[in-house]
Design a protein around this ligand. Structure first.
Ligand code: MTE
Ligand code: MO
Length: 506
């Protein structure tokens, strides 16, 4: 046995392979839901630095939704494929958590066993040596086996970069896209170049990682293949079993590919089942890591008026005549005359009807925050409105048994995932979200009345979550016992129809 390749090392190598494939494939699923990349926080059409779509977008706000920009990827390529960003996000979260765990175990053992000396260079000689091997490769030759002890200088540099620089930057830029983290530590996201900076850097890191994998796998077979194969499979130095090792490696790769494809088709075969499984698997991590983070947008000054975006994407278009004549009439009446919002409680059946003037008389909360849609776009605005926790007490104390608040819209969902008739758009917030200072029924943006396409006259803001919680054109806000009793029971339109998680903090 070669002490350089103990069983834990070989096992974590294999697990890493499985998980990284899941990460790449679910990442592509997420990217395909908005196949454009920006450096600027406003995600303005025409300002992309890279796009994977030929579609030209109107420059005008409010006529085109991000859902319309989705691209469908084949299930053999993406996890799960076919415009399922909800499930893609769950798979990404599950694979990322396991990948991080596997990576931590690997790094801890690497140091505990002293094997780190095999991959982390300890002498400056590594640079000229690596340069020499590079020249050898570039002349289509391979460095002699004596350079591999067990890794040559170029490998050491490559592995050190991937393990200690590239992998951590994937985690750090990935976390930078979480609304919980942004609303709690806005300076962190700003340091990454905002949401689009984090997103673009995450993409670039992915390209480097994918490039590394292709080279790495290629070189295993091209450079001293027999040695690599017995190291990897048997942890052995004796190349006598190289044939057997090759067989095992090929079979393993085929099985892993089949497993990846199976995950896609298993998810697509019964998306609700996949959602249940994935939410159960990921929610404890989501809760543990992000649950304690309360937004601090109102007290921080990281984002200022200077950061306010010139463009704001739209998801969901304003109610039409079939959706709500009532809303249209109020819109056309001037200053929303006749428009009302109902606050109520489904437990005792009490309710109170308020006008826009009633809302304006309540304490006004104003702050600057960045909106992110889970599809990937962002925009920074100054929002003003009434905190939900200032609004609901107008009804009296929280009713006995009320655990959630449900917000309904005058408008219908843009599309349902199973193509059934469109239902009214709604979202549910839990007590944590309700009690946050930056959970607001907003009626102003950037000091002006809320625009029609952004939810006029009042829309919800839940700054610790992605945009899908933030119901536009709000009609009613009600205490409920449990969201399982409404819709498909998943706690919102995007949860019901796009299989997003109830917890939208990442
Ligand atoms: N009524 C209604 N509210 C909605 C939606 C919708 O389709 N209908 N889309 C949600 C999603 S997914 C996002 S990202 C935000 C988009 O807000 P914006 O259009 O104001 O940018 O609204 C949310 N609220
Ligand atoms: Mo969204």
């Amino acid at each position: 046995m070669n002490p350089d390749f103990p069983i834990w090392l070989r096992a974590s190598h294999l697990i890493n392979f499985v998980l990284i494939g899941m990460l790449l494939r679910s990442g592509w699923e997420i990217l395909s839901s908005l196949p454009r990349l920006w450096w600027s926080n406003d995600s303005a059409p025409g300002k992309e630095w890279l796009k994977f779509t030929k579609r030209e977008l109107p420059k005008e706000e409010g006529v085109y939704t991000s859902l319309m920009d989705e691209k469908s990827l084949h299930p053999l390529l993406a996890l799960p494929g076919r415009e399922n960003i909800g499930l893609g996000r769950h798979w990404h979260g599950l694979a990322a958590s396991l990948w991080l765990l596997n990576g931590l175990v690997y790094v801890v053992l690497l140091f505990a066993t002293g094997l780190w000396r095999r991959i982390i260079p300890t002498s400056w000689e590594v640079f000229p040596d690596a340069w020499d091997s590079l020249l050898v490769y570039l002349s289509f030759r391979t460095p002699g086996i004596e350079h591999f002890t067990p890794y040559d200088s170029l490998q050491m540099l490559g592995y050190t970069f991937v393990v200690f620089i590239l992998a951590p930057s994937m985690v750090l830029t990935g976390l930078g896209m979480s609304p919980a983290i942004r609303s709690r530590f806005p300076w962190y996201v700003k340091a990454l170049g905002g949401h689009q900076g984090a997103r673009s850097l995450h993409f670039i890191a992915m390209v480097l990682m994918a490039g590394f994998i292709v080279m790495h796998v290629g070189l295993v077979f091209l450079v001293h293949r027999e040695n690599n194969l017995v190291h990897m499979v048997f942890g052995d130095v004796d190349t006598a079993r190289a044939g057997q090792a090759l067989f095992i490696v090929v079979i393993t790769i085929v099985l892993v590919l089949l497993f990846w494809f199976f995950l896609s088709y298993w998810s697509l075969a019964d998306r609700v089942r996949a959602h249940k499984f994935l939410v159960n698997a990921t929610e404890p991590v989501r809760k543990g890591v992000f649950g304690w983070m309360r937004p601090r947008g109102s007290t921080q000054n990281v984002y200022t008026e200077k950061d306010i975006s010139g463009f704001h994407w739209t998801n969901g278009l304003p109610p039409t005549a079939e959706e709500s004549q009532e809303w249209l009439d109020a819109r056309d009446s001037g200053d929303w005359h006749g428009w009302t919002i109902t606050i109520g409680d489904d437990i005792n059946g009490t309710e109170k009807v308020l006008t826009l003037d009633d809302l304006r008389k309540l304490p006004k909360h104003e702050y600057i925050a960045t909106h992110t849609c889970m599809q990937g776009w962002s925009a920074t605005s100054k929002w003003a409105g009434v905190k939900l926790k200032d609004l609901m007490p107008l009804l009296g104390p929280r009713p006995e048994g009320a655990n959630y608040i449900m917000i309904d819209s005058y408008g219908l969902a843009q599309k349902m995932y199973d193509n059934r008739p469109r239902e009214p758009f709604y979202a549910v917030v839990d007590m944590d979200m309700y009690n946050e200072d930056d959970t607001v029924l907003a009626y102003e943006r950037n000091g002006k009345p809320l625009e029609l396409h952004l939810g006029a006259p009042a829309r919800l803001r839940v700054e610790s979550n992605h945009g899908y919680k933030m119901v536009k054109w709000v009609k009613s806000i009600r205490w409920i016992k449990d969201y399982a009793d409404y819709g498909d029971g998943r706690g919102g339109t995007r949860e019901d129809s796009a299989l997003q998680a109830f917890n939208g903090r990442i």
